[in-house]
Write a new protein. Structure first.
Length: 721
């Protein structure tokens, strides 16, 4: 098959757009317009002049009563969704994906307002739609700098996002004058070198063009969303699209070629859809004024951003393509034509109808109740008017009509005969009317789950048993929780999975964001985009006292398990932290990190030493100390022995000298003189010192023992045994 030409493609797209507009603009559009009128409490169109025209606001009451509960479910915690790892290797990336996608939704985009408008559109108009895409728009700003030096200017112009527009330079008035160039002594006749140029300052005006790549999420009005008939979900529709009116300037800002945009033909039809008119009925000016303007860039153009399944390349298989067309019908201009993986639209429907994309809204359940209740209220008021100011029966010609029509206290009505003026009695219907209204309210509560008990408006609740009121409250909350669960498992989960795919595909570098008071780099290029996901639904619903009681009972059970030795088997520190965290969230506080520390984020504790290993280490340490003491003892003994031997040798030498002297003296038979003799130690040995020398010799040869410190056991010296 041949590739589809442009004219055929235009015809195919135009035909699908017409079918989608006819489907969405028929019965569905009529019901959504009616829901808007009921929400705003506008007249039904059956009012009678002179009768009560009060309009009950049941649709608005139900929607506004449900909104806080559902919004709180998704915003009570820090994370709207949580990604689950596929395996142990995905634990860290799953936590990073959770933090980053929630950060993108709440920080890069107005997460709360998106959820508010998305949910409210669904509750009121059957289907709420948001659109998420990767935006690569450019942010152009102009900056002016004055008094820059050459180096500062050069550094500024090195930025590829900067383009100079205006530039002027002038000498620096505060720079010192340039020094005269020295004369070369080897060439005295040569002219001096020219002086150095003065320092210059620069005034410059720059245009900075920053390319901002980020995920953008917006809630689109239901009347701007189109889908082919028969669509069951967001994956099998033949066409899904965003149909809107915009100006040429906005198209150029979105990156489309200005020449092509300026050549797009325009149509003079304004946005006359019933939904759009009903939405802005109270405004002074209607949306989508005509193109009566002299500025062509401000002209309104119909643009259809379509995601259509079509066999464009002729391979026999219809693939999903993004085709953006602008202008009227078959004469439209194709602005985009590229293959895509999925359509960027995500939907919420409060009451799903199986096998249909568009189900029912809360307004559908209440609109007939509002009409019936308004009729009853009107009749009740009309009855009270007639009871308080009854009609009068008169005999024609017997009563002065001017007196009768001028009603005032103490007034006089002139009549020609008695009985000419009689009141027409109206039976009061207050009690039956109030009973009927009470019945209608009970029907509304049964349908929607919005009761006076969960609104705190029932004064008689104090006279009822706590168990009975609790059952009513729980049953009502289950209806609201069911709607929240449907929202979570359809649109919210799909949206965050789409955000994950967008950042993983388009973000080309790491981004540093502030999470939990820490700056954390986020690089989603290696993340697993097929991770499972859970949505934080359930906490914050139901009776908070009941939930708190359940959590406290769980914590008591955990405490008993821990006391019985079940820590880290049946109960871990993370389980205990989760219970404490749920208590904080149940109290309405957003961050549990202020009160508890997540054990999974605590630094790893040192493992407890093995007792057997401790014994071995103690024995080794004791052996080392004994060996050290033995070595010290041996060294001390060796030193003592050496000292004793040295002293013994000295005494032996001195004694030998003294013996020789005595023998020499005896041989000459001379009297023994007291001639002293200097030794190496400076001591003088005389005959009287012989006894001391002998005693010293005995001391040297005496046995000895080592002296230890009684406290430490260290060797201190040697003493006689």
């Amino acid at each position: 098959m041949a590739k589809m030409d442009e004219s055929t493609l235009k015809a195919v797209v135009a035909n699908e757009i017409r079918r989608a507009i006819g489907y969405m603009g028929g019965t569905i559009a009529g019901e959504r317009e009616k829901a808007l009128n009921y929400y705003y409490g506008r007249p039904f169109g059956n009012e009678i002049e002179g009768r009560s025209q009060v309009v009950s606001t049941d649709v608005a009451d139900v929607i506004e009563s449900v909104m806080p509960s559902i919004i709180k479910i998704f915003t009570a915690g820090d994370d709207v969704v949580k990604f689950e790892p596929q395996g142990p290797e995905d634990e860290e990336t799953a936590q990073q994906a959770t933090d980053y996608c929630n950060w993108i939704f709440n920080r890069d985009n107005d997460g709360f307002l998106i959820l508010h408008d998305w949910i409210k559109d669904a509750l009121m108009q059957k289907l709420g739609a948001v659109k998420a895409w990767w935006d690569e728009s450019e942010d152009v700003t102009e900056e002016t700098y004055q008094g820059l030096t050459d180096m500062e200017l050069q550094q500024l112009l090195q930025d590829p996002e900067v383009e100079p527009i205006e530039h002027s330079q002038y000498p620096d008035p505060f720079a010192p004058p340039p020094a005269e160039a020295p004369v070369d002594p080897q060439a005295p006749g040569a002219p001096p070198a020219p002086p150095a140029p003065p320092s210059m300052l620069h005034d410059v005006k720059l245009r900075r063009t920053a390319k901002l790549g980020a995920v953008k999420v917006v809630a689109i009005p239901p009347e701007e969303f189109i889908v082919s008939p028969g669509a069951r979900d967001r994956t099998d529709a033949r066409l899904m699209g965003h149909r809107k009116r915009t100006t040429r300037t906005k198209l150029i800002e979105e990156g489309y070629d200005s020449k092509i945009v300026m050549d797009i033909p325009v149509t003079d039809d304004a946005d006359l859809s019933g939904e759009s008119i009903s939405r802005r009925k109270d405004e002074d000016t209607a949306d989508g004024a005509d193109n009566d303007t002299l500025d062509k860039t401000s002209e309104w153009i119909w643009v259809n951003e379509c995601y259509i399944r079509v066999d464009y390349d002729g391979d026999g298989k219809a693939e999903l393509r993004k085709i953006t067309v602008a202008g009227p019908g078959d004469t439209s201009t194709i602005l985009d034509n590229e293959p895509v993986e999925e359509a960027p639209f995500y939907f919420l429907c409060p009451i799903r109808t199986p096998h249909k994309l568009i189900g029912r809204s809360l307004a559908d359940l209440v609109m007939d109740i509002q009409l019936i209740k308004s009729t009853l209220q009107r009749q009740l008021l009309d009855n009270m008017y007639l009871v308080n100011a009854p009609q009068t029966v008169i005999i024609e010609g017997q009563v002065n009509l001017d007196d009768l029509l001028t009603r005032r206290p103490g007034g006089v009505v002139r009549a020609k005969s008695q009985g000419a003026v009689e009141p027409l009695v109206t039976q009061p219907m207050l009690a039956p009317a109030l009973q009927a209204i009470e019945y209608v309210d009970s029907v509304r509560e049964t349908r929607t789950g919005v009761t006076r008990y969960n609104q705190g408006l029932e004064a008689d609740s104090l006279n009822k048993t706590a168990t009975g009121v609790n059952r009513i409250f729980t049953a009502a909350q289950e209806r609201i929780e069911m709607i929240a669960r449907v929202f979570a498992e359809t649109g919210v989960k799909d949206l965050f999975r789409g955000i994950l795919r967008l950042v993983a595909k388009h973000q080309q570098k790491s981004r540093i964001v502030r999470l939990r008071n820490e700056w954390t780099p986020m690089d989603p290029r290696e993340w697993n985009t097929g991770m499972d996901m859970t949505v934080s639904v359930g906490l914050g619903t139901g009776n908070k006292d009941q939930m708190l009681a359940h959590i406290m009972a769980i914590m008591q059970l955990q405490e008993k398990i821990v006391q019985s030795g079940g820590l880290n088997t049946m109960v871990s520190p993370v389980n205990i932290y989760n219970a404490a965290s749920d208590i904080v969230k149940n109290s309405g506080l957003k961050s549990e990190d202020r009160y508890f520390t997540d054990p999974s984020k605590a630094p790893p504790q040192q493992p407890k030493p093995d007792p057997e290993m401790q014994k071995v280490q103690a024995q080794i340490q004791g052996d080392q100390m004994k060996a050290q003491n033995d070595l010290q003892l041996q060294q001390a003994k060796m030193q003592a022995d050496m000292q004793l031997k040295r002293e013994q040798m000295m005494l032996d030498f001195q004694l030998k000298q003294e013996e020789l002297r005595i023998k020499a003296q005896q041989a000459s038979q001379a009297p023994l003189p007291e001639a002293p003799r200097e030794t190496d130690q400076g001591a003088t040995l005389t005959a009287s010192a012989l006894q001391a020398v002998a005693a010293a010799l005995e001391k040297v040869n005496a046995p000895r023992r080592l002296v230890r410190d009684p406290a430490t056991g260290a060797a201190m010296g040697v003493e006689l045994a």
